[in-house]
Design a binder for this molecule. Structure first.
Ligand SMILES: Nc1ncnc2c1ncn2[C@@H]1O[C@H](COP(=O)(O)OP(=O)(O)O)[C@@H](O)[C@H]1O
Ligand SMILES: [Mg+2]
Length: 273
């Protein structure tokens, strides 16, 4: 189906991906979204971990409805949007995206126009993706302007992060890819891993990888997770919170917020359609 191509100024979209689960994507997405919002940006955070989404648990927010209810037409996007910490708008994914393939052209159009309105009113959309390199993850990254790949120093996490970079390159991803090393034991260790991955990607894939930053292992984060509070609010002076704040400043200084775009969700939906 042909949908009118409307290039206009809309929120830039950043997907957070990793390949391997448990590396810190959800905590990074949530706390980064809060810092960006505290700096005055209008932020939408989408839990696109369609199988095991847990953003709601991390914020102690009960979400009965999710994207699957919007896709099947029972709810509107506004009805499932929660206002989270620092005023971020939070949308929980659910596992309904597979149903997109069964939508009628009218439902398809209605879905995309709701998403476009969302993208029009925000400055930045942060997408917390799931583990793996399946289409549920890669589809979101390919449609995003920027993909933040998260790894830890573990060899398995590094291999999986590289796999994400490789798949995006193979799919001719036009956006920017940056790398964040989480749970490092020191900044030096993190920087070394970042350089190694960037070198291998440049040499074997011809892909430029930007260094987003290093976050060290920090027990305050685990305490905050148990309290179901975002660490940047529960423990703003903890090393993880400081690191996220630095990342937020760096992002606001290096990547544009609102950009000319044909619409992220049109690309996502067409990918699944
Ligand atoms: N920098 C860190 N220091 C200590 N623990 C961390 C750090 N980052 C993540 N964790 C731990 O890893 C767990 C999984 O993080 P999460 O954000 O859910 O990962 P993902 O979304 O990639 O699966 C967190 O609950 C937390 O206990
Ligand atoms: Mg997660």
């Amino acid at each position: 189906m042909q949908i009118r191509n409307e290039e206009k100024s809309r929120a830039a979209v950043m997907a957070v991906a990793s390949g391997k689960g448990g590396v810190g994507k959800t905590n990074i997405s949530l706390n980064l979204a809060i810092c960006l919002a505290e700096a005055g940006q209008r932020i939408v955070l989408i839990d696109a971990d369609l199988g095991l989404g847990n953003l709601d648990v991390m914020m102690n927010l009960s979400s009965r409805y999710n994207l699957s209810h919007v896709i099947d037409g029972r709810k509107t996007l506004d009805q499932i949007t929660h206002i989270g910490p620092a005023g971020i708008e939070v949308i929980c994914g659910g596992s309904g995206l597979d149903n997109i393939a069964n939508l009628t052209p009218f439902q398809h159009h209605r879905l995309i126009s709701q998403f476009n309105r969302l993208q029009d009113r925000a400055d930045m959309i942060v997408i917390d993706t799931g583990a793996g390199i399946g289409q549920n993850v890669i589809g979101f990254c390919l449609a995003a302007d920027h993909t933040l790949v998260v790894t830890t120093p573990e060899p398995t996490a590094i291999t999986d992060a590289y796999a994400v970079i490789k798949v995006l390159t193979a799919q001719k991803y036009a956006g920017r890819i940056s790398l964040l090393v989480n749970m490092a034991s020191s900044i030096e260790e993190g920087k070394k891993i970042c350089r190694q991955i960037a070198n291998v990607a440049a040499r074997f894939l011809g892909t430029a990888i930007y260094e987003a930053g290093i976050l060290c292992r920090d027990e305050w984060l685990q305490t905050a997770v148990c309290m179901q509070k975002p660490v940047v609010q529960a423990f703003p002076k903890s090393p993880f919170s400081r690191g996220i704040r630095t990342l937020s400043h760096r992002l606001t200084n290096t990547i544009p917020m609102q950009i000319e775009s044909e619409g992220f969700f049109r690309k996502v939906v067409n990918w699944f359609f």
